[in-house]
Design a binder for this molecule. Structure first.
Ligand SMILES: NC(=O)c1ccc[n+]([C@@H]2O[C@H](COP(=O)([O-])OP(=O)(O)OC[C@H]3O[C@@H](n4cnc5c(N)ncnc54)[C@H](OP(=O)(O)O)[C@@H]3O)[C@@H](O)[C@H]2O)c1
Length: 311
């Protein structure tokens, strides 16, 4: 049995980058995923891809002894680890799965629950949108077992000393990156508290440790999220809910490629492991923190950066 079999996971900011990679990994581990974002058309290719994988897995599991033995297991098939270049065939509805640059082999999807993956419009900057999105997921999928607070203002931010940062941009970054995860958590926790179980995974950043200059609003927002993670862990622990954070180092997503000239080699020399970080380097920890295998870990922030920072 896959460790996330039948778990319903809501992932914010899923239209690309790390969010899409998290969705793929969670589905590969057996979850049913609600992929959330501000634009439904941008989410639909990913959700079509996830549905195609799951439909294929269900077919394999229900076509007799030979089919049952062909049920996907760890390492049995390659799925793309980033959204780049993924296409869904209009003729067959099945996902073509080109290997993304630098991607590693992941497991095939094993989600065999009757519910299917869902795209949901959800702007974490708006309490109304958050409530409507969470209600939609709960109505369609029955509950939310896992929340991954991934969405953030990240790639398009001004780089300048704090005294020069536009004050309205400071407010937008804090509102998105700190208030946003608080709002989504606030909408999701009543259901988790009623069931006395749940996992919340906040996506922070290793920049909190490096103190990345000229990025005060972003670094402060992620530092605040690490503090929020600890408070939420204390407040939700009595209800059996685990709250943790992952802090990725500089990871090669589309947003990062636009951020730094020479992104492919940026900071590689500063890590213990001398290579660039890919989204697939982060997904395993998120799947672990989403699962009951991490059920006695809470309030923690774990850096995933190939050993650039030590916590
Ligand atoms: N890549 C890295 O090096 C790195 C390192 C450390 C931490 N992180 C964190 O990892 C997460 C993903 O980063 P990424 O590299 O994948 O960048 P990304 O592609 O820009 O991902 C950010 C996502 O957040 C969404 N978003 C922004 N504002 C939103 C809002 N108000 N409501 C809902 N969604 C919103 C964006 O959706 P739209 O498509 O609607 O704009 C986008 O899908 C972020 O939390 C980032 O801070 C990234």
């Amino acid at each position: 049995m896959s460790r996330l079999e039948g778990k319903v996971c809501l992932v914010t900011g899923s239209s690309g980058g790390l969010g899409a990679a998290f969705c793929r990994k969670l589905v590969a581990e057996g979850a049913v995923v609600a992929a959330a974002g501000r634009s439904l058309p941008r989410l639909e290719p990913l959700v079509a891809e996830l549905k195609a994988w799951t439909a294929e897995a269900r077919t394999r599991a229900t076509c007799g002894p030979a089919g049952a033995s062909a049920r996907p297991s760890a390492g049995s098939a390659a799925i793309p680890a980033s959204g780049a270049g993924t296409e869904v065939s209009a003729a067959t509805g099945t996902a073509a799965a080109p290997a993304a640059a630098g991607s590693r082999i992941a497991t095939a999807p094993a989600a065999l629950a009757s519910a299917d993956h869902l795209a949901v419009e959800l702007d974490i900057g708006s309490w109304e949108s958050v409530q409507a999105g969470v209600r939609q997921v709960e109505a369609a999928l029955g509950r939310i077992d896992v929340l991954v607070n991934n969405a953030a203002a990240y790639g398009d931010l001004t780089r300048a000393p704090f005294w020069e940062l536009p004050i309205d941009e400071w407010d937008r970054v804090l509102a998105t990156n700190l208030r946003g995860p608080m709002l989504v958590s606030r909408a999701v926790v009543p259901g988790m508290r009623a069931r006395r179980q749940g996992h919340i995974v906040n996506v922070a950043s290793a920049t909190f440790w490096s103190g990345s200059a000229n990025w005060a609003h972003y670094v402060a927002s992620k530092g605040g999220l690490i503090g929020l993670t600890r408070v939420m862990a204390k407040e939700l622990g009595p209800d059996g809910i685990c709250v943790n954070a992952v802090a990725p180092g500089f990871t090669l997503t589309a947003a990062s490629l636009d951020l730094v000239p020479g992104a492919e080699s940026y900071g590689v020399d500063r890590g213990c492991l001398k290579r660039a970080q890919q989204p697939e380097d982060v997904v395993g920890l998120v799947a672990f923190l989403a699962s009951d295998e991490s059920g006695f870990i809470t309030g923690q922030t774990i850096i995933v950066d190939g050993g650039r920072q030590f916590n």
